[in-house]
Ligand binder design. Structure first.
Ligand code: ADP
Ligand code: MG
Length: 454
């Protein structure tokens, strides 16, 4: 191994806990042949591990390498050659029945930073957070909710909660067989295995795929909506489900929408998805956004005064990822200019972000977004038709127009095919009331708001 990489490893060891170092960095190797050209290739024992370390620590390592070389280095990630090359993601280790050894976390697909401890709890994620804790902390042989189905809009913490369940579960059951994958990856693995099996060249491929998913204690699948139209994968997952759930093995799923709204799913699978607990994650309200900003700033070593957090939180409303991005931008700006975090420096650092969030919402934009979401024509938004489906979508659009624009009721009525203000008021009141009791409607409205503002 190169001297240069040893130096990097020494830095990593000095700056992380012994456990993290041992789990994630100790067995990485590197090829610095091309460092003169600005490229460093880092190799992990498996593709899965390379992916995980890159996702969680890629930036940290890139910064470190660039600092040590005094120039910008492009870090590439790969897997060390192994006998497993033909099918590298089907790690044979995980196919073995549980032994006395503790599970190697780097083989589980769990990203190290996505823990309950790193998560702010608030009204928006209260139910999902509590359910996730219950599932993760359950030590009895029978799951409380199975599957646990978590849904919500983009960037609200679904993936984070799911990984947190995995970490906690593994901490309580160190030998448990835990696997966390994105639905995309599951589809890829299934179709690859099926294809290799069919071609007859690799009859073992399918067996390996099955072994990887067999005998799991906890299976976590992210963004299950990607299974739409994937009939083969759906059937395969249905069988895995039927194998695990009756034996008391836990399944946790996330999705960008509620089960009834999943398109092109087999009926029998949909009915299984709702048989446990379905919980929503909502966009964080102001107070929670402030807490998240303060937590992210603190973890990045950034001293952010509360009034600054309040100002940012008031401007950036749609999701947590956006808040995280803002903290990173403030960090970069203030470090570079060697300035403290003040209202003034933040206004400059986030100029573009703030500008984008201030683009005025138009009623036309709302009508278009609502029509698309419910698969209607834009004309339906202003037509006189009383067909229930159309009338409801129209009322939702009226509600959003009232909420997101400065227009008066008569002005809104005018833009909805010349209706009077009482019609608009009625719609606003009806949707406002229903939103409080109907989780699905609430979710639809949140997603619509995200789309309209972007
Ligand atoms: P989703 O899967 O719903 O699109 P993610 O789980 O990827 O969202 O979350 C987006 C980002 O915001 C992640 O970096 C995550 O760690 C962070 N995040 C989400 N919710 C919270 C929270 N409640 N507290 C702290 N960080 C959060
Ligand atoms: Mg996600």
């Amino acid at each position: 191994m190169s001297d240069f990489w040893n130096k990097c490893l020494a830095e990593l060891r000095a700056n992380t806990s012994a456990e993290i170092y041992k789990t994630w960095f100790a067995d990485l190797e590197a090829n610095d042949d091309e460092i003169e050209d600005g490229v460093l290739l880092i190799l992990a024992p498996s593709r899965a591990k390379a992916d995980t370390v890159e996702k969680s620590y890629g930036e940290k390592i890139r910064n470190l390498v660039s600092r040590l070389t005094n120039r910008t280095i492009e870090v590439q990630w790969g897997a060390l050659p192994s006998e497993d090359d033909a099918y590298s993601y089907a790690d044979p280790e995980t196919a073995k029945p549980a032994t006395a050894a503790a599970t190697d976390i780097s083989q589980t697909g769990l990203l190290p930073n996505l823990t309950f401890e790193n998560m702010v709890e608030g009204n928006a994620n209260q139910l999902a957070y509590a359910a996730a804790l219950q599932v993760a902390n359950n030590t009895s042989a029978t799951p409380i909710y199975n599957p646990l189905f978590i849904y919500g809009g983009v960037g609200l913490g679904k993936t984070h909660i799911m990984h947190a369940i995995g970490h906690r579960y593994l901490a309580l059951h160190p030998q448990a067989r835990v696997l966390c994958v994105s639905a995309q990856r599951y589809i890829q693995e299934f179709t690859d295995a099926a294809r290799m099996n069919k071609s007859g060249d690799h009859p073992e491929a399918f067996r390996r795929f099955e072994a990887r998913y067999q005998n799991l204690d906890l299976l976590l699948i992210d963004d299950i909506q990607s299974f739409a139209t994937r009939t083969g994968t759906q059937t395969n997952f249905f069988l895995a489900f039927e194998n695990m759930v009756p034996r008391g093995k836990q399944i946790v799923l996330t999705s960008d929408t509620y089960p009834r709204n999943l398109k092109d799913f087999q009926e029998r699978l949909l009915s299984r998805l709702t048989q446990g607990l379905v919980v929503a994650v909502e966009p964080p309200e102001l107070d929670m956004r402030i807490q998240i900003l303060l937590q992210k700033a603190q973890r990045s070593g950034l001293d952010m005064p509360e009034d600054v957090a309040v100002t940012i939180a008031k401007r950036l409303k749609s999701n947590v990822r956006e808040l995280e991005g803002a903290v990173q931008q403030v960090l970069a700006y203030t470090r570079f200019h060697n300035e403290p975090v003040t209202l003034d420096s933040v206004r400059i650092a986030l100029r573009d972000v703030f500008k984008a969030s201030a683009v005025p919402v138009t009623i036309e934009g709302i009508q278009k977004a609502v029509a698309e979401y419910y698969e209607l024509k834009v004309e339906d938004m202003v037509s006189k038709s009383r067909v229930a489906r159309l009338a409801r979508a129209r009322q939702i659009a009226m509600f959003l127009s009232r909420d997101l624009t400065q227009k008066s009721l008569p002005e809104i009525g005018q833009l909805f095919g010349g209706r009077d203000h009482a019609t608009i008021l009625h719609a606003v009141r009806k949707i406002t009331a229903e939103k409080n009791t109907n989780e699905e409607l609430k979710h639809d409205i949140h997603v619509l708001e995200q789309r309209i503002k972007n």
